[in-house]
Design a protein around this ligand. Structure first.
Ligand code: BLA
Length: 508
């Protein structure tokens, strides 16, 4: 049983998953050089192609494949734009009198890699016809949550896995299950969070380039590629391979969850991994190549819609920020104080910046609402606050790290968005957030399937590990939160200036 120690965890990041030197057993791989001379092959080629022996190294591929197949493959290679593109060919006869194969060709450091698996011809047309209706169902959706829910549902309908999840990555690279469609008897994973370390760094980099991964059978033995090293001693780079065999650590993780097969598609936005669509099955499972291609196309559409929606969302937030400004300018009148107006400010603010509590300290008066420190507790942090710059908002997910005096209320709130709203003496508006570990809980039955303590390769222990990483931290303030807060600060400065002007005029 695996029980990775801290050193093994950092080794996770070093594991060369693209140099694994093996493929999964449902397909074969042949690498040829620029002259189409065979440089390597997986040792299952003879079996799959139904020929007497594996093609010999340093012989021409044309000695093994029919001329028509070679022509089509060469043509496909000529269409490749870069090392990170792959051409697919469906229903190709490779050997004389042999079966039909679905193939993928791509370039890998001077090699041409050919991968092939048996063609499942019966459903080819049906698979293509799935794209249109799926898009029709996505099209009218206008909010992010429903889009993710629908994507999970459609992918489950399309591919038939027991569980389909949409993961979203946070700024700290931890992951969250934001949508889920599952077989009814399965424990829900919705809302589950797991630490950044569960998907090592090199895997994240790889997933940005090769967005599609399938593991057909966690128990199947990997099929070695020979020779393991080239004449120059180099392993074959399988970054863009569909058949690549997977990290034993990851496979162990999946097995610990009872998962026998998986399929994942990365969602990349602005060159960053936004999230992934991830499917689990409790029996071995391999959708036909054409169906996988449809799912991939679908995910590209999903990505585009997501992008459009996120752009819309930030437009809307900006518009709401402007509206808040206008409202506050109108309703905050002279002769009143900010503390008196706090309920109104909070109401107008609404969920523009999510928060669990709010405090105002202005003109020597204090008022807090929701999860907010007492006046005494706030007074304790005032000296430290006074020594911070007054020119911009300060966002922190752990105020105690900056201001130790805040420890007296750290159980109540730990995240703080601090808006300095006057120069001297300092006035503040502060938005508070609760500790994250208090907000996110495991959705399923906690008594079920708890891993041994210290056992990391299990989602429950992974969830505990995530909880440890966020101990004492609130949810992160996003760039949009900070921008909105900066807008609010400037509005309040303006309002305060005007309020004092009005007072001054009245006094005249
Ligand atoms: C990959 N680990 C992944 C992926 C996910 C998780 C989502 C990428 C998607 C995939 O290929 O399946 C983690 N999956 C989860 C979690 C749940 C889930 C938490 O469904 C919970 C419901 N992983 C570890 C440790 C190592 C590790 C300690 O937890 C250390 C070696 C490695 N994870 C690891 C590797 C990959 C991975 C190497 C890439 C696998 C590959 O493509 O070869």
């Amino acid at each position: 049983n695996f029980n990775p120690t801290q050193t093994q965890l950092t080794e996770c990041d070093r594991e060369a998953i693209h140099h694994i030197g093996a493929v999964q057993n449902f397909g074969g791989l042949i690498a040829v050089n620029n002259d189409w001379v065979i440089a390597r092959h997986s040792i299952n080629c003879a079996d799959l192609l139904d020929i007497d022996s594996n093609p010999a190294i340093n012989t021409r591929l044309a000695d093994c494949f029919v001329p028509n197949a070679i022509d089509i493959l060469k043509d496909a290679v000529s269409r490749l734009r870069s090392d990170d593109t792959v051409e697919r060919l469906f229903g190709l006869r490779l050997t004389s009198g042999g079966k039909l194969f679905d193939c993928a060709v791509h370039l890998s450091r001077g090699n041409i890699i050919l991968e092939f698996e048996r063609h499942a011809d019966a459903h080819y047309a049906n698979h293509l016809s799935l794209v249109g209706p799926a898009l029709t169902r996505l099209d009218p959706i206008r909010d992010l949550g429903s889009l993710c829910d629908m994507a999970a549902k459609l992918v489950k309908d399309m591919l038939g896995y027991d569980r389909v999840m949409v993961y979203r990555f946070h700024a700290d690279e931890s992951g969250e299950v934001v949508a889920e469609e599952r077989r009814e008897d399965l424990e829900p994973y919705l809302g589950l969070r797991y630490p950044q370390a569960d998907i090592p760094q090199q895997a994240r980099e790889l997933f940005k380039r090769n967005k599609f991964r399938v593991i057909a059978d966690m128990d199947a033995a990997a099929i070695p590629i020979e020779p393991a090293r080239s004449m120059k001693g180099e392993p074959l780079d399988l970054s863009m391979s569909m058949l690549r065999s997977h990290s034993p650590m990851h496979v162990q993780y999946m097995k610990n969850m009872g998962v026998k097969a998986s399929l994942s598609i990365s969602i990349v936005r602005n060159d960053r991994l936004w999230g992934m669509i991830s499917c689990h099955h409790y029996e071995p499972r391999l959708p036909a190549y054409s169906l996988r291609t449809v799912a991939e196309t679908f995910s590209q559409m999903f990505s585009m819609m997501l992008d459009r929606m996120l752009i819309d969302q930030s437009e809307k937030l900006r518009a709401r920020g402007r509206e808040l400004h206008d409202q506050l300018m109108m309703r905050l009148a002279g002769g009143t104080t900010l503390t008196e107006n706090l309920p109104m400010i909070e109401e107008l603010l609404g969920d523009l910046i999510e928060h669990d509590g709010i405090s105002v300290w202005a003109g020597g008066q204090y008022r807090g609402r929701g999860n907010a420190p007492t006046p005494e507790q706030f007074a304790d942090i005032m000296p430290a606050l006074g020594s911070t710059p007054s020119s911009a908002v300060i966002a922190t997910s752990s105020i105690v790290q900056q201001i130790p005096e805040a420890s007296s209320f750290a159980d109540l709130v730990t995240g703080a968005m601090i808006l300095p709203i006057s120069r001297s003496p300092r006035d503040y508006l502060v938005l508070w957030r609760k500790p994250l570990s208090q907000q996110v809980t495991w959705a399923g039955n906690p008594a079920k399937s708890i891993a041994a303590p210290g056992e990391r390769l299990h989602p429950r222990s992974s969830f505990s590990a995530w909880k440890e990483t966020v101990e004492g931290l609130s949810a992160e303030w996003s760039d949009a939160d900070v921008q909105a807060a900066e807008g609010l600060r400037i509005t309040l400065l303006e309002v305060i200036l005007r309020m004092t002007d009005e007072v001054a005029i009245e006094r005249k």
